[in-house]
Ligand binder design. Structure first.
Ligand code: ARG
Length: 462
């Protein structure tokens, strides 16, 4: 083997790689993030090799101890990563050789970097699914606190961002609890489905060594070994499921962030965001900007991007492993980092924010928000067909608009000019509190319904 040739496959190679080849080929710059997973996988593999008699107990013990030494070198920043050694797997193995000598050469028996990287990456993504679960639960709990405090506060509900009908603050908060609750279940589903161990699939076909795949799967916390070696080394849908769930969650975060940006503006003043999650302006002394909300709104871009990127890398790849798949990692790392940051920032903002009851209630009745209640009253009390009631109510709204007042400020005489049978009992349904209290249908905005949903969620989260 010449000096410039490769330590791992130098037998076949006379010359080392071109510098450009080394640059495009190396992944150590980013896959060093998999060091802990790589070493856990190798330690499980070494123990299995001894248990099955493939290597001696003393060799396996040396490997397992040596791998811990390498791990502490990496964790303490004392490890020198080498681009010539391409990736985390070969960096760790080469260092192990320096630390323990000859037994290190037996570690790669019955496995390949293909099953190794699939295992490492799965372990890493599994940790991210767990972190996302923790972040989502914390966010939902923060929303429940806000929902409970303002379960019966009224605010305008919107469609087309135009005033539609009054709703309760608690109801609005609970809408996000439902969304993040589905994100939580997506994350849990993905974790349950992905939890099969690729290790032992070897390069693509399995191995002739009498390995025990159940043993390594169990040692690494997997439910079972993956059942097809070709699939095991070429499956990246676990990462795609993470990115899909992350994308949907980021989209939910972005919608909520947008509402917080609108609500914290001087024109709305529905919420006051805390100083801890706002910034000032270098020129305009009065400004308090909702930067955290804006950044959460924007993070969705890179998370969607990661999802599209990996989908595109994977489409059209023949079985089994192709080097294309080395491009699976960086964007998943970035998406995971930013999702966790966005979840934590949103949780902090929600915990700290102060909804402004007076502003919410003041706005709740504006824009003829109880017009539907009025139409429903005409149907219920006067027996009018809904279409006619809609028409009559429209005329009343036009009258109020012409007078520059809200519906409850029209006199009974003015109402009766539009329809003679209207009685003063109609005023009961024109108030926003009565309006929300009346919407007792399951899932409706009535405080009683909102409180029932809060109680249900508290029980779900335990
Ligand atoms: N660094 C590689 C990756 O991330 C490891 C697997 C390499 N396998 C191979 N057959 N060259 O995909």
């Amino acid at each position: 083997m010449t000096k410039t040739s490769n330590a791992m496959w130098g037998g076949r190679f006379a010359a080392g790689p071109d510098a450009i080849m080394e640059a495009i080929n190396a992944s150590i710059g980013f896959d060093k993030r998999l060091a802990a997973q790589d070493i856990a996988g190798s330690r499980a593999h070494a123990a299995m090799l001894a248990a099955t008699g493939i290597v001696s107990d003393s060799d396996a013990e040396a490997m397992r101890e040596g791998l811990l030494t390498v791990l502490s070198e990496i964790e303490e920043g004392r490890f020198e990563f080498s681009t010539a050694l391409e990736d985390i797997h070969m960096n760790v193995e080469a260092r192990l050789k320096e630390v323990i000598g000859e037994p290190a050469g037996r570690l790669h028996t019955g496995r390949s970097r293909n099953d190794q990287v699939a295992t490492d990456f799965k372990l890493w993504v599994r940790d991210q699914l767990d972190a996302a679960e923790t972040g989502l639960v914390a966010l939902i709990e923060a929303l429940l606190v806000q929902a409970e405090a303002g379960a019966d506060w009224v605010m305008p509900g919107f469609t087309h961002l135009q005033t539609a009908q009054p709703v309760t603050w608690g109801h609005h908060m609970m809408a996000y609890v439902e969304m993040f609750g589905r994100d939580l279940s997506r994350v849990r589903d993905a974790r349950a489905r992905m939890n099969e161990c690729p290790l032992g699939a070897a390069a693509l076909a399995g191995t002739s060594f009498p390995i025990d795949r159940e043993m390594t799967a169990e040692a690494l916390g997997f439910d079972r070994p993956a059942a097809n070696s070709l699939d095991a080394v070429s499956d990246r849908d676990f990462a795609l499921e993470f990115l899909s769930a992350a994308s949907i969650c980021a989209m939910h975060l972005s919608r909520f962030a947008e509402e917080l940006v609108i609500w914290s503006s001087a024109q709305f003043r529905f919420v006051a965001l805390s100083d801890r999650f706002s910034t000032g302006s270098s020129i305009m002394p009065q400004k308090k900007n909702p930067d955290a909300a804006e950044l959460i709104r924007a993070k969705v871009g890179r998370i969607f991007g990661a999802n599209v990127a990996l989908m595109t890398v994977m489409k059209g790849l023949p079985l089994a492993y192709s080097k294309d798949m080395q491009e699976d990692k960086e964007q998943v790392f970035d998406a995971a980092d930013n999702l966790m940051l966005a979840l934590a920032a949103m949780e902090g903002m929600v915990r700290d924010m102060a909804p402004q009851r007076e502003a919410l209630e003041g706005a709740a009745g504006a824009g003829f928000s109880t017009a539907t209640d009025l139409a429903d009253w005409l149907v219920r009390v006067l027996g009018m067909p809904f279409r006619e009631a809609h028409h009559v109510t429209g005329a009343l709204v036009a009258k109020a608009e012409a007078r520059g007042c809200d519906l409850p400020e029209l006199s009974l005489a003015e109402m009766q000019e539009v329809h003679g049978e209207i009685t003063k009992a109609v005023y009961d349904v024109l108030g926003v509190h009565n309006s929300v209290a009346s919407r007792v249908s399951y899932g409706g905005t009535a405080p009683a319904q909102v409180r029932a949903q809060i109680a249900r969620w508290k029980e779900v989260l335990g």
